[in-house]
Design a protein around this ligand. Sequence first.
Ligand SMILES: Nc1ncnc2c1ncn2[C@@H]1O[C@H](COP(=O)(O)OP(=O)(O)O)[C@@H](O)[C@H]1O
Ligand SMILES: N[C@@H](CCOP(=O)(O)O)C(=O)O
Length: 326
Amino acid sequence: MAVYTEVSDEALRAFLAEYELGDLLAFRGIAEGVENSNYALRTAKGDFILTLYEKRVDPKELPYFLGLMDYLAFRGVPCPTPVEGRDGETLRSLCGRPAAICTFLEGVWPRRVRPEHLAPLGAALAKLHAAGAGFPEFRPNALGPKGWAPLLDGCRAGGDEVAPGLIAELDMHLAAILAAWPPASALPDGQIHADLFPDNVFFLPDAAGRPQVSGLIDFYFACTDLLAYDVAVCLNAWCFEPDGSFNVTKARALIGAYTAVRPLWPAERAALPVLCRGAAIRFLLTRLYDWTHTPPGALVTRKDPLEYLRKLRFFARATGPGDLGA
Ligand SMILES: Nc1ncnc2c1ncn2[C@@H]1O[C@H](COP(=O)(O)OP(=O)(O)O)[C@@H](O)[C@H]1O
Ligand SMILES: N[C@@H](CCOP(=O)(O)O)C(=O)O
């Protein structure tokens, strides 16, 4: 469920009067997503997405996110383009929330990831990294290594109720990850998506029926960080089977297509196992935090933190990048 703020017909029509999008023909709330309120709009000019930014998004950071999407879209990345109002602004206010309209992207995110999805994903990720190279803004990764200890501290009270011994195990993993984390200057950095999960990637079949990436959405965790960390996020989110096993064929397809566009440095390959452990603990911790702080019956769908404990344990056992398809 992700319509936290209800928008009336009248409020929306007044809001749309600020744009040159023609008459409103239809609009509906979108149930998917967890962070913001999203509406699908149809106007005389076509289909659009209206997003009202909810409390987890800091309004001060919206110019970075919208600016990055605009920059990437202009350079051929299939991501939403923020739509300017008559005054040239993309960010305004609706029902007391910051709000923006973006272009609608065709396609469907894969409910079941197949090996054929991984090569187009890898190529799209590398193109995103290449296209973002000249973007002048810097946004530190709030959910990067410096953010993990405070998140874990916030989970201490309820964490062991989710799984006995969980907090002690996470203390152990976190200390090992932070000790092995590559220094910022050791690997190339740039603008990363940082949450490129299957529900943020749309596909359409090409003429031969093979899936092609048609859209990358949800840039609200994007930041300036190690490029290979984005690969590690994708290895976590795309390369495990429902039974918990790691699918190295998928990983090889992802990394092979990525490197065909943007070759990984030897140091990036070598760092992949610890970057994967870092990505696993990042999603584990935010899920655990939400799990232990969301009252039962709240509108937000809580995601299973233990899925990422199993992934973290797998990556901690990896003997080198070869185990991860690199
Ligand atoms: N530009 C877009 N084009 C088409 N559908 C979109 C677009 N942006 C969002 N959506 C739809 O809204 C849903 C939630 O968007 P998302 O950005 O993931 O929300 P949240 O930030 O709340 O997690 C997506 O699964 C998709 O169905
Ligand atoms: N991908 C994260 C949760 C963020 O949700 P999104 O709907 O904004 O992509 C996770 O799986 O924990």
